[in-house]
Ligand binder design. Structure first.
Ligand SMILES: [Zn+2]
Length: 126
């Protein structure tokens, strides 16, 4: 799977392009006020909302918000998180070649995200 991801997305920019289309397709929506009046900034994959006057990135308000880790490594982490019940931060640290603290924070972020999602689904289900 890791080889597949690195082949499909030879660099992090190619994965960012994919994520951009997945998240916004043609219309960039501000993650803070939901406005569609946004402009791209000179920085790669950074945007400016012309309504709430906020600058934000492709990953704003996602589990990858403000991450320093390559986004392809997040994709790999999400894959392992969903498919490997034996996933530990030590194992993830070796797979991603990141330090153990980083791997621990990534797994914890996903655990928090998915426990919130589960609560929401349970609330909707009544
Ligand atoms: Zn806004």
């Amino acid at each position: 799977m890791i080889e597949y991801i690195y082949t499909a997305f030879p660099d992090d920019n190619s994965y960012k392009k994919y994520l951009f289309n997945l998240r916004w397709n043609k219309h960039i929506i501000c993650p803070f006020c939901s406005s569609i009046k946004n402009t791209k900034t000179r920085s790669n994959f950074r945007f400016h909302c012309n309504v709430c006057n906020t600058n934000y990135s492709l990953t704003a308000n996602t589990v990858m918000h403000d991450t320093k880790v390559e986004l392809r490594k997040w994709l790999i982490t999400i894959y392992f998180y969903l498919h490997d019940e034996q996933l530990s931060y030590r194992k993830l640290s070796k797979v991603l070649k990141v330090n153990k603290n980083t791997a621990f924070r990534m797994i914890t972020s996903l655990q928090n995200l998915f426990s919130k999602e589960r609560l929401t689904i349970l609330e909707i289900a009544g």
